[in-house]
Design a protein around this ligand. Structure first.
Ligand code: PEP
Ligand code: MG
Length: 587
């Protein structure tokens, strides 16, 4: 029995067999195959070689066009390695004669050549060795992606263990087949964490090295509430976690009644809106089923990240997605559609459109900056939203606005698109409100400048915390600084509440902080009356709102304000939640 600690990002306990997907650093172990599997492994190999050749050719053309012929030649050298008949024969022999899986055969053969070249101790050959490793990794990415699909489509639910999982792969998971996720890298604010939470899959990220200790179908326990991973637990431990799982299940059943309640009130009668954050149109159904007061954040960039070959969605694709969400949510509640928030950790691989390979992508060409640079894409998205606006009550929100000029530029494009539709006689809602996300210290500090012009605000604590503490939201090495209870963040939230109230502008909070049960009373105490949370957290958030009085929440906020560290605030908030909801509230 081995214990590992990681970052808890999506609550819940799961006990099950592990499916290992090594997709980074490529720790490949020999896996024996049956004679009946040889043909399919060889076919997998063929298609991996084919697709790697296509990628290299695309890169050769791009590099030649953008940088010059001599750069394109780099990829010709890669293609030559890929066409090496001896290397290919060796790989095929390992599969058909030694009966080992294709990824190991590739790994072994390329490794052999890379080491030979490295051993020649010449700078030129060392470069060639790097080329060999590069081509090998491209093939492995292909082969392991196929494996991942196989692993994730297994009939019975399994725990997915990976070095790393990107948000678009997480978005493809089916919660009935992947019962829990555990990865070596990744942090609380990563979009992988957000997607896992949206899907309601218990998840622990950033565990550090553990994959090499694990075998396929090992038994494991993942506790997404505390960040614990236990490999090969003993019987007594399994029973203990089984009991914890049952407690969670019991509490979950008790919350079911709250589905019917769209209007929730604190014990002293103050109305609170609990909305849902969605990444995919299908999640709008979960929001409605859980009685959400609308969709507080629709992360439309997932339309891009999950589109075939990462192609740029056309206007019709946008339109269909938005229409479906608006028809689900209807006119009673509003749906806030956020324009593309691409870039940083939401950058698709191999996409010429946004693949700018920046050294510091979280500070780079992302979000509204990217939309303002690629206005055709932005315009087609805005057109689609407006056209869909006749199917529900829509609001549009711009992400990561840091200057008043960005806001004005975005609004000007919106007005232009609006005029086009008017000229064309296309029906749409003429009063769609426009809002901005409050996600950077610059925006908070300049709120008085924005407030007279925008229709509403929404605080994105995931990014606001990242830029306030200068801490990468998805980097597990600096997670001790990425605490939603950061005293600095509380001060920014409080200021945003007071400016919005002063100007009478609706304000919501849609960062993950709202989905953290311990933070809910604090946020109400800081003056928020609208929270937008992961669909899987809607009922629990309502339960908390209905259990506290605003008076008590304000007292909590006053006390929290006086603590000097996030750790102290967190301990205090945990004690408050337990005091009101019972000792097993945080199980
Ligand atoms: C945020 O930054 O808090 C937010 C809601 O947006 P995202 O997590 O998609 O960056
Ligand atoms: Mg954000």
């Amino acid at each position: 029995m081995k214990y590992y600690h990681g970052i808890p990002v999506s609550p819940g306990v799961e006990i099950g067999l592990v499916s290992v997907v090594a997709n980074n650093n490529f720790l490949i172990r020999p896996r024996a195959i049956e004679s009946t599997q040889v043909a399919s492994e060889l076919a997998k190999l063929d298609s991996a070689f084919e697709s790697a050749a296509e990628t290299l050719e695309r890169r050769r053309i791009d590099a030649s066009e953008q940088l010059g012929e001599q750069y394109g030649q780099i990829f010709e050298a890669h293609a030559l390695i890929l066409r090496d008949a001896k290397l290919r024969a060796q790989i095929e022999k390992t599969i058909s004669e030694d009966r080992l899986c294709s990824e190991y055969a590739v790994y072994q053969a390329f490794d052999y050549y890379a080491k030979l070249l490295q051993g020649l101790q010449d700078a030129l050959y060392a470069d060639r060795a790097n080329d060999v490793v590069d081509v090998r990794d491209q093939l492995l990415r292909q082969l392991l992606a196929v494996n991942q699909e196989v692993a994730l489509s297994s009939e019975s639910g399994k725990i997915l263990a990976a070095n790393f999982l990107n948000p678009s792969d997480a978005a493809k998971l089916d919660p009935t087949k992947t019962i829990a996720i555990v990865t070596e890298t990744g942090g609380l604010g990563s979009h992988t964490a957000i997607v896992a939470s949206a899907l309601g899959i218990p998840t622990v990220l950033g565990v550090g090295s553990f994959i090499s200790e694990l075998y396929e179908d090992d038994l494991a326990i993942v506790d997404g509430s505390t960040g614990l991973l236990i490999i090969n637990p003993d019987q007594e431990t399994v029973q203990r976690y089984q009991a914890k799982k049952e407690t969670q299940e019991r509490r979950r059943r008790l919350r079911e009644a709250l589905r019917e309640k769209v209007v929730v009130k604190t014990t002293d009668g103050v109305e609170i809106e609990v909305k849902g954050n969605i990444e995919f149109p299908s999640e709008a159904v979960k929001c409605v089923e859980n009685g959400a007061a609308g969709v507080g954040l629709y992360r439309t960039e997932f339309l891009f990240l999950t589109s075939p070959n990462n192609s740029v969605p056309d206007e019709e694709t946008h339109f269909r997605a938005y229409k479906s969400v608006l028809e689900t949510v209807g006119f009673e509640q509003s749906t806030i559609i956020r324009t593309f928030d691409l870039g940083a950790d939401k950058t698709p691989d191999d996409n010429t459109f946004v693949n700018v390979k920046e050294p510091n992508p979280f500070m780079g060409l992302r979000s509204i900056r990217l939309s303002l640079r690629h206005t055709e894409m932005f315009r087609s998205q805005l057109r689609a939203i407006l056209r869909a606006s006749v199917y529900g009550k829509v609001k549009i929100m711009f992400p990561l606005v840091t200057t008043i000029s960005e806001w004005r530029d975005a609004r000007a494009i919106f007005m232009d698109v609006r005029d086009d539709l008017l000229d064309e006689g296309v029906p749409f809602d003429h009063d769609v409100p426009l809002g901005v996300m409050v996600e950077t210290p610059a925006t908070v500090v300049m709120l008085e400048q924005f407030a007279p012009e925008v229709d509403f605000f929404s605080i994105g604590t995931n990014d606001l915390l990242q830029y306030t503490q200068a801490v990468d939201r998805s980097n597990e090495n600096v997670m001790s600084l990425y605490q939603q209870e950061s005293p600095a963040l509380l001060r920014f939230i409080r200021h945003t509440v007071s400016v919005s109230n002063h100007y009478g502008k609706p304000l919501s909070l849609c960062g993950q902080m709202a989905s953290m049960p311990t933070c809910v009373p604090l946020l109400l105490g800081l003056g928020l009356r609208s929270l937008s949370v992961s669909p899987s957290m809607i009922l629990q958030t309502k339960e908390i709102c209905e259990s506290f009085s605003i008076e008590r929440c304000e007292e909590i906020a006053r006390k929290a304000w006086r603590f000097e560290t996030a750790a102290d605030i967190r301990a205090f908030l945990r004690s408050q939640l337990r005091a009101v909801l019972g000792s097993d509230a945080l199980e």
